[in-house]
Write a protein that binds this ligand. Structure first.
Ligand code: DON
Length: 309
Protein backbone atom coordinates (compact mmCIF):
# COMPACT_ATOMS: atom_id res chain seq x y z
CA UNK A 1 0.00 0.00 0.00
CA UNK A 2 1.92 3.07 -1.20
CA UNK A 3 2.35 6.03 1.16
CA UNK A 4 0.14 9.00 0.29
CA UNK A 5 -2.87 6.99 -0.81
CA UNK A 6 -5.98 6.52 1.30
CA UNK A 7 -5.12 3.97 3.94
CA UNK A 8 -7.40 1.05 4.80
CA UNK A 9 -7.19 1.52 8.56
CA UNK A 10 -9.41 -1.47 9.36
CA UNK A 11 -7.09 -3.82 7.52
CA UNK A 12 -4.01 -2.16 8.99
CA UNK A 13 -5.37 -2.37 12.56
CA UNK A 14 -6.14 -6.08 12.17
CA UNK A 15 -2.62 -6.76 10.88
CA UNK A 16 -1.04 -4.62 13.62
CA UNK A 17 -3.07 -6.40 16.30
CA UNK A 18 -1.93 -9.79 14.96
CA UNK A 19 1.72 -8.63 15.12
CA UNK A 20 1.21 -7.36 18.66
CA UNK A 21 -0.40 -10.61 19.83
CA UNK A 22 2.56 -12.54 18.39
CA UNK A 23 4.81 -10.84 21.00
CA UNK A 24 3.17 -13.20 23.52
CA UNK A 25 4.47 -12.78 27.04
CA UNK A 26 7.56 -10.69 26.19
CA UNK A 27 8.15 -7.86 28.65
CA UNK A 28 7.00 -7.12 32.18
CA UNK A 29 4.09 -5.14 33.60
CA UNK A 30 5.26 -2.08 35.59
CA UNK A 31 5.11 -2.83 39.29
CA UNK A 32 7.08 0.06 40.81
CA UNK A 33 3.66 1.72 41.10
CA UNK A 34 1.90 -1.20 42.85
CA UNK A 35 -1.60 -0.24 41.68
CA UNK A 36 -0.49 -0.65 38.03
CA UNK A 37 0.45 -4.31 38.55
CA UNK A 38 -3.22 -5.33 38.82
CA UNK A 39 -3.87 -4.87 35.07
CA UNK A 40 -4.50 -7.84 32.70
CA UNK A 41 -1.06 -8.30 31.07
CA UNK A 42 -2.63 -9.78 27.92
CA UNK A 43 -4.91 -6.85 27.18
CA UNK A 44 -4.36 -5.21 23.80
CA UNK A 45 -6.12 -2.40 22.00
CA UNK A 46 -5.41 0.01 19.18
CA UNK A 47 -7.26 2.96 17.66
CA UNK A 48 -6.91 5.49 14.85
CA UNK A 49 -8.56 8.92 14.59
CA UNK A 50 -8.11 10.58 11.20
CA UNK A 51 -7.93 14.33 10.65
CA UNK A 52 -11.29 14.04 8.84
CA UNK A 53 -13.00 12.68 11.95
CA UNK A 54 -13.03 8.95 11.14
CA UNK A 55 -12.45 6.63 14.09
CA UNK A 56 -11.33 2.99 13.97
CA UNK A 57 -10.47 0.53 16.72
CA UNK A 58 -9.48 -3.06 17.39
CA UNK A 59 -9.34 -5.25 20.50
CA UNK A 60 -9.60 -3.47 23.88
CA UNK A 61 -9.54 -0.02 22.26
CA UNK A 62 -12.34 1.33 24.46
CA UNK A 63 -10.96 0.00 27.75
CA UNK A 64 -9.44 2.69 30.00
CA UNK A 65 -5.87 2.21 31.22
CA UNK A 66 -3.45 4.36 33.20
CA UNK A 67 -2.01 6.89 30.74
CA UNK A 68 1.05 7.71 32.91
CA UNK A 69 3.71 9.46 30.80
CA UNK A 70 1.42 9.80 27.78
CA UNK A 71 -0.09 12.66 29.82
CA UNK A 72 3.22 14.55 29.45
CA UNK A 73 2.41 15.23 25.80
CA UNK A 74 -0.72 17.09 26.89
CA UNK A 75 0.96 18.94 29.78
CA UNK A 76 3.61 20.22 27.38
CA UNK A 77 1.10 21.19 24.68
CA UNK A 78 -1.09 23.05 27.19
CA UNK A 79 1.87 24.80 28.85
CA UNK A 80 3.04 25.96 25.40
CA UNK A 81 -0.49 27.01 24.47
CA UNK A 82 -0.78 29.12 27.66
CA UNK A 83 2.81 30.25 28.13
CA UNK A 84 4.53 30.06 24.76
CA UNK A 85 8.31 29.97 24.64
CA UNK A 86 8.73 30.87 28.34
CA UNK A 87 8.42 27.13 29.04
CA UNK A 88 11.76 26.48 27.34
CA UNK A 89 13.61 28.63 29.89
CA UNK A 90 13.33 25.86 32.48
CA UNK A 91 13.58 22.71 30.37
CA UNK A 92 15.65 21.63 27.36
CA UNK A 93 14.73 19.70 24.24
CA UNK A 94 17.54 17.24 23.74
CA UNK A 95 17.29 13.47 24.15
CA UNK A 96 18.66 12.41 27.51
CA UNK A 97 20.04 8.99 26.59
CA UNK A 98 19.11 7.99 30.13
CA UNK A 99 16.12 6.22 31.72
CA UNK A 100 12.96 8.27 32.24
CA UNK A 101 13.44 8.59 35.99
CA UNK A 102 17.19 9.19 36.01
CA UNK A 103 18.74 11.64 38.48
CA UNK A 104 22.27 11.76 37.08
CA UNK A 105 22.13 14.62 34.54
CA UNK A 106 20.30 17.06 36.79
CA UNK A 107 23.29 17.90 38.95
CA UNK A 108 25.77 18.62 36.15
CA UNK A 109 23.09 20.54 34.23
CA UNK A 110 22.13 22.77 37.18
CA UNK A 111 18.55 21.60 37.69
CA UNK A 112 17.47 22.22 34.05
CA UNK A 113 16.09 18.87 32.82
CA UNK A 114 17.13 17.69 29.36
CA UNK A 115 13.62 17.52 27.91
CA UNK A 116 9.93 17.76 28.88
CA UNK A 117 9.26 14.01 28.73
CA UNK A 118 11.72 12.58 31.25
CA UNK A 119 10.19 12.77 34.72
CA UNK A 120 12.38 15.73 35.76
CA UNK A 121 11.29 17.75 32.73
CA UNK A 122 7.63 16.84 33.13
CA UNK A 123 7.77 18.06 36.74
CA UNK A 124 9.02 21.46 35.51
CA UNK A 125 6.31 21.63 32.82
CA UNK A 126 3.64 20.64 35.36
CA UNK A 127 4.93 23.40 37.64
CA UNK A 128 4.66 26.01 34.88
CA UNK A 129 1.16 24.85 33.91
CA UNK A 130 0.21 25.12 37.59
CA UNK A 131 1.44 28.74 37.66
CA UNK A 132 -0.44 29.55 34.44
CA UNK A 133 -3.76 27.91 35.32
CA UNK A 134 -3.87 27.32 39.09
CA UNK A 135 -4.85 23.69 38.40
CA UNK A 136 -2.39 21.81 36.18
CA UNK A 137 -3.97 18.35 36.48
CA UNK A 138 -7.50 19.75 36.15
CA UNK A 139 -6.47 21.61 32.97
CA UNK A 140 -5.06 18.41 31.44
CA UNK A 141 -8.19 16.41 32.44
CA UNK A 142 -10.53 19.07 31.06
CA UNK A 143 -8.67 19.13 27.74
CA UNK A 144 -8.78 15.33 27.49
CA UNK A 145 -12.50 15.27 28.30
CA UNK A 146 -13.39 17.95 25.78
CA UNK A 147 -11.29 16.57 22.91
CA UNK A 148 -12.34 12.95 23.49
CA UNK A 149 -15.99 13.82 24.17
CA UNK A 150 -15.78 11.53 27.20
CA UNK A 151 -17.04 13.37 30.30
CA UNK A 152 -16.29 10.35 32.50
CA UNK A 153 -12.54 10.44 31.85
CA UNK A 154 -10.84 11.01 35.21
CA UNK A 155 -7.84 10.51 37.48
CA UNK A 156 -7.80 7.12 39.23
CA UNK A 157 -7.20 8.17 42.86
CA UNK A 158 -5.93 4.71 43.83
CA UNK A 159 -3.16 4.86 41.19
CA UNK A 160 -2.24 8.45 42.13
CA UNK A 161 -2.04 7.55 45.83
CA UNK A 162 -0.04 4.40 45.08
CA UNK A 163 2.50 6.40 43.08
CA UNK A 164 2.74 9.10 45.76
CA UNK A 165 3.35 6.46 48.41
CA UNK A 166 6.21 4.96 46.40
CA UNK A 167 7.38 8.22 44.82
CA UNK A 168 10.80 8.69 46.40
CA UNK A 169 12.57 9.20 43.07
CA UNK A 170 10.13 11.80 41.79
CA UNK A 171 10.23 13.59 45.15
CA UNK A 172 14.04 13.58 44.99
CA UNK A 173 13.95 15.00 41.45
CA UNK A 174 11.47 17.71 42.42
CA UNK A 175 13.44 18.77 45.51
CA UNK A 176 16.66 18.85 43.52
CA UNK A 177 15.06 21.01 40.80
CA UNK A 178 13.64 23.29 43.52
CA UNK A 179 17.10 23.61 45.09
CA UNK A 180 18.21 25.18 41.79
CA UNK A 181 15.28 27.61 41.86
CA UNK A 182 13.60 25.94 38.87
CA UNK A 183 10.17 25.34 40.48
CA UNK A 184 7.68 28.18 40.98
CA UNK A 185 5.28 26.19 43.19
CA UNK A 186 5.78 24.10 46.35
CA UNK A 187 7.25 20.66 45.69
CA UNK A 188 4.20 18.94 47.22
CA UNK A 189 1.81 20.83 44.92
CA UNK A 190 3.86 19.97 41.83
CA UNK A 191 4.07 16.28 42.79
CA UNK A 192 0.31 16.08 43.53
CA UNK A 193 -0.57 17.52 40.11
CA UNK A 194 2.05 15.39 38.35
CA UNK A 195 0.72 12.18 39.91
CA UNK A 196 -2.87 13.24 39.18
CA UNK A 197 -2.29 13.78 35.45
CA UNK A 198 -0.19 10.60 35.16
CA UNK A 199 -2.98 8.62 36.90
CA UNK A 200 -5.68 9.63 34.41
CA UNK A 201 -7.51 6.57 33.07
CA UNK A 202 -8.24 6.83 29.36
CA UNK A 203 -8.71 4.43 26.46
CA UNK A 204 -7.00 4.26 23.06
CA UNK A 205 -10.20 5.81 21.71
CA UNK A 206 -9.97 8.76 24.11
CA UNK A 207 -6.27 9.33 23.46
CA UNK A 208 -6.41 9.32 19.65
CA UNK A 209 -9.21 11.89 19.72
CA UNK A 210 -7.37 14.02 22.29
CA UNK A 211 -4.06 13.74 20.42
CA UNK A 212 -5.43 14.40 16.95
CA UNK A 213 -4.76 18.16 17.28
CA UNK A 214 -1.12 17.31 16.56
CA UNK A 215 -2.10 15.46 13.36
CA UNK A 216 -4.07 18.61 12.39
CA UNK A 217 -0.99 20.80 12.98
CA UNK A 218 -2.39 22.40 16.16
CA UNK A 219 -6.15 22.49 15.44
CA UNK A 220 -8.57 21.02 18.02
CA UNK A 221 -11.48 18.70 17.24
CA UNK A 222 -13.92 21.68 17.14
CA UNK A 223 -11.81 23.42 14.48
CA UNK A 224 -10.31 26.05 16.79
CA UNK A 225 -6.56 26.39 17.06
CA UNK A 226 -4.75 25.30 20.25
CA UNK A 227 -1.30 26.26 19.00
CA UNK A 228 0.40 27.55 15.87
CA UNK A 229 1.48 25.19 13.13
CA UNK A 230 5.08 25.91 14.02
CA UNK A 231 4.48 25.03 17.69
CA UNK A 232 2.78 21.77 16.67
CA UNK A 233 5.84 20.94 14.55
CA UNK A 234 8.03 21.56 17.58
CA UNK A 235 5.96 19.32 19.86
CA UNK A 236 6.06 16.57 17.23
CA UNK A 237 9.84 17.01 16.91
CA UNK A 238 10.38 16.64 20.66
CA UNK A 239 8.06 13.61 20.67
CA UNK A 240 10.17 11.99 17.96
CA UNK A 241 13.50 12.66 19.65
CA UNK A 242 12.54 12.27 23.33
CA UNK A 243 9.05 10.70 23.60
CA UNK A 244 10.26 7.15 24.19
CA UNK A 245 13.31 8.05 26.31
CA UNK A 246 16.59 6.27 25.61
CA UNK A 247 14.74 4.07 23.09
CA UNK A 248 13.75 7.10 20.94
CA UNK A 249 16.31 6.11 18.29
CA UNK A 250 14.95 2.58 18.10
CA UNK A 251 11.36 3.88 18.02
CA UNK A 252 12.20 6.24 15.13
CA UNK A 253 13.96 3.35 13.37
CA UNK A 254 11.06 0.93 13.76
CA UNK A 255 7.98 3.16 13.75
CA UNK A 256 9.14 6.43 12.20
CA UNK A 257 6.57 8.62 13.92
CA UNK A 258 6.50 11.14 16.78
CA UNK A 259 5.19 9.21 19.78
CA UNK A 260 4.77 9.21 23.55
CA UNK A 261 4.81 6.12 25.74
CA UNK A 262 3.69 5.52 29.31
CA UNK A 263 4.39 2.78 31.84
CA UNK A 264 0.68 1.92 31.78
CA UNK A 265 1.52 0.38 28.37
CA UNK A 266 0.05 3.01 26.07
CA UNK A 267 1.83 4.64 23.13
CA UNK A 268 0.24 7.58 21.30
CA UNK A 269 1.78 8.34 17.90
CA UNK A 270 1.11 11.00 15.28
CA UNK A 271 0.94 10.68 11.50
CA UNK A 272 1.11 14.44 10.73
CA UNK A 273 -1.60 15.54 8.31
CA UNK A 274 -3.31 12.15 8.51
CA UNK A 275 -4.16 10.65 11.89
CA UNK A 276 -3.39 9.97 15.55
CA UNK A 277 -2.78 6.32 16.44
CA UNK A 278 -2.72 4.77 19.91
CA UNK A 279 -1.79 1.21 20.87
CA UNK A 280 -1.92 -0.33 24.35
CA UNK A 281 -0.45 -3.47 25.86
CA UNK A 282 0.74 -3.54 29.50
CA UNK A 283 3.97 -5.54 29.12
CA UNK A 284 7.00 -3.21 28.91
CA UNK A 285 10.53 -3.50 27.57
CA UNK A 286 13.64 -2.42 29.49
CA UNK A 287 13.18 1.25 28.55
CA UNK A 288 9.60 1.28 29.88
CA UNK A 289 7.87 1.16 26.48
CA UNK A 290 5.09 -1.33 25.66
CA UNK A 291 6.37 -4.32 23.67
CA UNK A 292 2.99 -4.98 22.02
CA UNK A 293 2.21 -1.31 21.30
CA UNK A 294 5.59 -0.58 19.68
CA UNK A 295 5.30 -3.79 17.63
CA UNK A 296 1.79 -2.84 16.51
CA UNK A 297 2.88 0.66 15.47
CA UNK A 298 5.90 -0.80 13.68
CA UNK A 299 3.56 -3.12 11.74
CA UNK A 300 1.18 -0.28 10.88
CA UNK A 301 3.85 2.00 9.42
CA UNK A 302 5.79 -0.82 7.76
CA UNK A 303 2.71 -2.31 6.06
CA UNK A 304 1.30 1.06 4.98
CA UNK A 305 4.66 2.57 3.99
CA UNK A 306 3.44 5.65 5.83
CA UNK A 307 5.75 7.36 8.32
CA UNK A 308 7.33 10.81 8.51
CA UNK A 309 10.35 9.51 6.60
O1 DON B 1 6.68 9.22 37.31
C1 DON B 1 6.54 8.07 36.94
O2 DON B 1 7.40 7.21 37.13
C2 DON B 1 5.24 7.69 36.23
N1 DON B 1 4.16 8.48 36.73
C3 DON B 1 5.32 7.90 34.75
C4 DON B 1 6.51 7.22 34.11
C5 DON B 1 6.24 6.75 32.73
O3 DON B 1 5.13 6.52 32.33
C6 DON B 1 7.42 6.46 31.87
N2 DON B 1 7.00 5.97 30.58
N3 DON B 1 7.26 5.10 29.88
Amino acid sequence: MPAGENLDYRLLLDAAAAAARATGDQGHVADYIPALATVDPDAFGMAVATVDGELYGVGDWEQPFSVQSVSKLFTLALALAYGGDTVWRGVGREPSGNPFNSLVQLESEHGIPRNPFINAGALVVTDRLQTMTGDAAGTVREFLRRESGNPLLDTDPVVAASEAEHGHRNAALAHFIASHGNLENPVETVLDHYYAHCAVSASCRDLVLAGSFLARYGVRTDGTRLMSRSEAKRVNAVLLTCGTYDAAGEFAFRVGLPGKSGVGGGVLAILPGRAAVCAWGPRLDQAGNSVAAVTALDALTTLSGCSIF
